[in-house]
Structures are given as structure tokens and as C-alpha cells.
Design a protein around this ligand. Structure first.
Ligand SMILES: [Zn+2]
Length: 287
């Protein structure tokens, strides 16, 4: 009797597993077909690759005790980072499944902790534009500075856990030369007149201050492209920054481009899931 119950239980368990897999396959097929109708074959193929990779990596993270990768933002380790579905494209190894940090957050965290400790050690005022949780956690490790955060949307200010004020980056409600350290990641590509926003960042920075700026550079573009209006296929970006994006930051007195491949070995780029070529612009104001 006991063994009969055990057989039934085993089969029920198996049946539940099969139903779960069928449900996932059906959901993927449904999204694939919707993407094919609403966009094109390339977008639906990108979705399929994303979905298969996501399934595989999630399975490996859940079932294998692998410690191949490590997240410097939260300390998680596992088989791999999970991909993101960008609508018409997909990006593998992007998100930490534990803290949801992106590859750029992990790269900046390593850069700041190991190679440029100004954000962690400089006193004075730090301004974080459009604060991201993982960069804010890093900035808050500096107990000797005044940490202020700003965003166009009030509800997004909570992520920063700093002194908040709502502001348009093209017209910051701050006096001239009041900020020692500035962080602005993946914001400028959303601004039609991005040079006006850059001029504002320069205006509020003190002489000797440093601004850390990142935009999603497409290294296959020699020249930055302007869409003219928010592009719904790429997160409503006005700009597709190319290799020449540093020219948009020309108002700064110096602007050094740092890529993770310069300060991490290829093994560490893989281990930390860092974007090897994503540029951190380290911009300074002298006078
Ligand atoms: Zn993490």
C-alpha cells in the first residue's frame, strides 16, 4: 500500500513538472508569435534566444552549486547572470538574479572600490542624477559626504536614499559650482538636447570636481545617431551613442574614457559579468 502511494506520489510529482514545462513552452510560443506579428522575424528570433538562455541559466542557477560568477554588488555567486529582453534585441549575462543589478553597476562598483576611490572617500557634496539602487548603496558607503539625488520623476527618487529634489537635468535647481562628485548613468541618451544637460552638469560641478558619466555606447557605430524623437524600440532614447560620444562632453576640461577591459582581466570580466567595452567617462572641471 505504502509503495503504491509512493508510486502515485512520484508520478504526480512528474506530472506537475511536465505541466510546468508545458506552461513555460506555451508562454514562450505565445510571446514569440505576438512578437512576430507586432514587430518582425529578427525581433521574434531575438526573443526566442533570450527565452531559451533565460530558461537554461535559471535552471543551472537553481540546480547546480556552481560558483562560476560573483556579483560585487551583493555577494551572490552562481552559474551565470541572467539575460534581458530588449524588445527587438536581447542582452545575455546582464542581471544579477539576487540583487537585480545590471552589468554596468557591477563594473562601476569594481572600478570605484579598486581603482578610483574618490566617490567613497571625498568629502563635500555628491549629486546622483536618476539614482540607481546599486550605485546609491555604493555612494552611501561614504559617510563623510552630503549625498543628494535628483530625478525628473519624484517617485524614482526613493531609490537613492539620499537628500532628494525633483529637477530637470537641463535646468538643475542648484547654484553654480556646488558639487564635488557627480554620477549620471544612462540618462543623456534620453535627452533631446543632451549638450544642454551636459552644460548643466558642468555648471554645478566645483573646480577640481569629478563627474562619472555613462551612456549605452554601441561600439559598432563610429558616429552617434540622433533619432529626432523618442525611439520606442530602444527605451525611448533620442540618441544611439557611438564611439564619438565623447564629443558631446567637450565642455569638460578633461574627459578620460575607462572601459572594464582596461582594469579587469578577461577572467574577471566574465566572473563579474562586467560589460568589457562599456565606457565610464571620468570628466573633470578645472577652473
Ligand atoms: Zn547581486
Amino acid at each position: 500500500m505504502l509503495s503504491l502511494m509512493s508510486i502515485v506520489y512520484t508520478h504526480m510529482f512528474l506530472l506537475k513538472k511536465i505541466l510546468k514545462v508545458l506552461k513555460i513552452v506555451f508562454a514562450i510560443a505565445q510571446t514569440y508569435s505576438t512578437r512576430l506579428r507586432s514587430k518582425d522575424r529578427q525581433a521574434s528570433w531575438a526573443y526566442l534566444r533570450y527565452a531559451c538562455n533565460n530558461l537554461f541559466v535559471s535552471f543551472c542557477n537553481g540546480h547546480f552549486n556552481a560558483k562560476r560568477v560573483f556579483c560585487p554588488c551583493c555577494g551572490w555567486s552562481g552559474y551565470d547572470f541572467i539575460p534581458i529582453d530588449g524588445g527587438i534585441f536581447w542582452v545575455p549575462r546582464m542581471v544579477c538574479p539576487a540583487c537585480l543589478s545590471y552589468d554596468r553597476h557591477r563594473a562601476f562598483s569594481l572600478y570605484v572600490k579598486q581603482y578610483d576611490r574618490r566617490l567613497l572617500e571625498t568629502a563635500g557634496t555628491t549629486l546622483h542624477v536618476a539614482p540607481e539602487t546599486y550605485v546609491a548603496i555604493l555612494a552611501r558607503q561614504n559617510t563623510g559626504h552630503h549625498y543628494i539625488v535628483t530625478d525628473l520623476f519624484f517617485e524614482r527618487l526613493q531609490a537613492g536614499n539620499g537628500t532628494p529634489f525633483q529637477s530637470d537635468i537641463q535646468q538643475l535647481s542648484l547654484p553654480d559650482r556646488c558639487v564635488d562628485t557627480l554620477i549620471c548613468f544612462h540618462v543623456l541618451e534620453h535627452i533631446k538636447d543632451d549638450r544642454a544637460a551636459v552644460a548643466e552638469l558642468y555648471r554645478v560641478l566645483k573646480p577640481g570636481g569629478v563627474a562619472y558619466i555613462m551612456v549605452p555606447i554601441n561600439t559598432t557605430f563610429e558616429e552617434t545617431q540622433f533619432f529626432g524623437e523618442p525611439n520606442p524600440d530602444i527605451y525611448d532614447h533620442y540618441w544611439a551613442p557611438g564611439k564619438d560620444y565623447h564629443t558631446h562632453l567637450g565642455i569638460f576640461d578633461s574627459c578620460v574614457e575607462v572601459a572594464p577591459e582596461e582594469f579587469l582581466s578577461p577572467e574577471d570580466v566574465f566572473r563579474y559579468g562586467a560589460p568589457s567595452k562599456e565606457i565610464i567617462f571620468v570628466c573633470k572641471r578645472n577652473g
